[in-house]
Design a protein around this ligand. Structure first.
Ligand SMILES: C[S@@+](CC[C@H](N)C(=O)[O-])C[C@H]1O[C@@H](n2cnc3c(N)ncnc32)[C@H](O)[C@@H]1O
Length: 276
């Protein structure tokens, strides 16, 4: 596949982000495809690493409303968004003042709020309480450039031919056509190599959702489109996706934080029908 300089970078830090996968991405992409779909968008690390000239249009979606609103505002209201961000201050008191504005009605303000809290909050995680209210504490990252104006302007250009939707993956897959490529990075339901659970959102991505996804991938295949699915290496996952071609296994380093922090090697599955 032809490569060009990639300027726009992810503007959010996101749990389960696929930054580690980027060095392998080209090995898995089909030589040629029509539209590009990313249906569990998060920070969109894969999308930002696929040159715009390799696809006709991009279809980007996620069920997280705040996240999708941020992409939409960068696309449609970039000047207003940057103006609001430039008015924010990176202090503890100001952070909590902004964090308390849960119900602000202006979508541009809400996008600025998410970007600001994501960059200045603790560990860059998106976490909400049972009422759906962002509850991450202040991160004391006083020197961080939370506006990143140059990058936001590049992201705005990159989104020019993107359709952005706040929808469930099944609805997103309904838009896939023959020859399209779908990048699929669901929340990991099972922890790697054991039976623990990992939570990203208010609603956990359950084993039933994984089964629903495996059926939806069958639809992608029937349409004559390509899929690229990442998932935790786990027996249960192999069982649920047993109708797909056997996965490749990739290994990556992971830093497990907290007391007794350690580095671990983690194995991931890559399922795909992209044949070079
Ligand atoms: C592992 S993250 C994606 C990370 C992304 N690839 C990146 O590089 O940042 C999974 C995403 O799936 C989204 N999600 C969870 N359930 C979903 C559903 N039913 N349909 C669509 N998106 C969903 C979450 O909001 C989350 O952003």
């Amino acid at each position: 596949m032809e490569t060009t300089a990639i300027n726009a970078k992810p503007f959010l830090r996101w749990a389960g982000g696929k930054k580690w996968f980027i060095k392998y991405l080209n090995d898995f992409l089909p030589v040629k495809f029509n539209n590009y779909h990313e249906i569990f968008l998060g920070s969109a690390s894969a999308f930002f690493n696929i040159p715009a000239k390799s696809y006709k249009a991009a279809y980007l979606s996620d069920v997280n409303e705040d996240l999708i609103n941020a992409f939409v505002q960068i696309k449609e209201n970039i000047a207003g968004l940057i103006k609001i961000l430039n008015e924010f201050k990176n202090t503890e008191a100001y952070y909590y003042k902004i964090r308390n504005q849960h119900d602000h009605s202006d979508p541009v303000f809400r996008a600025a709020r998410l970007i600001f809290m994501n960059k200045t909050g603790y560990n860059g995680i998106y976490r909400v309480n049972s009422l759906g209210r962002f509850n991450v504490p202040y991160g004391h990252r006083e020197n961080v450039d939370f506006v990143s104006e140059m990058n936001l302007l590049e992201v705005n250009k990159k989104l020019a031919n993107a359709n952005i939707s706040n929808i469930d993956f099944e609805e997103a897959i309904a838009k896939v056509r023959k020859g399209d490529l779908v990048f699929i990075d669901p929340p990991y339901t099972v922890a790697h190599e054991n039976n623990g659970f990992i939570e990203y959102n208010k609603k956990l991505f359950s084993l039933d959702d994984q089964i629903r996804l495996s059926k939806a991938i069958q639809k992608i295949i029937s349409k004559g489109a390509y899929y690229l699915l990442t998932n935790a290496k786990h027996e249960k996952i192999l069982e649920i996706y047993s109708h797909l071609q056997r996965p490749k296994i990739l290994e990556r380093h992971s830093h497990i934080g907290g007391n007794g922090a350690k580095r671990e090697n983690i194995k991931e599955y890559i399922f795909t029908n992209c044949i070079k």
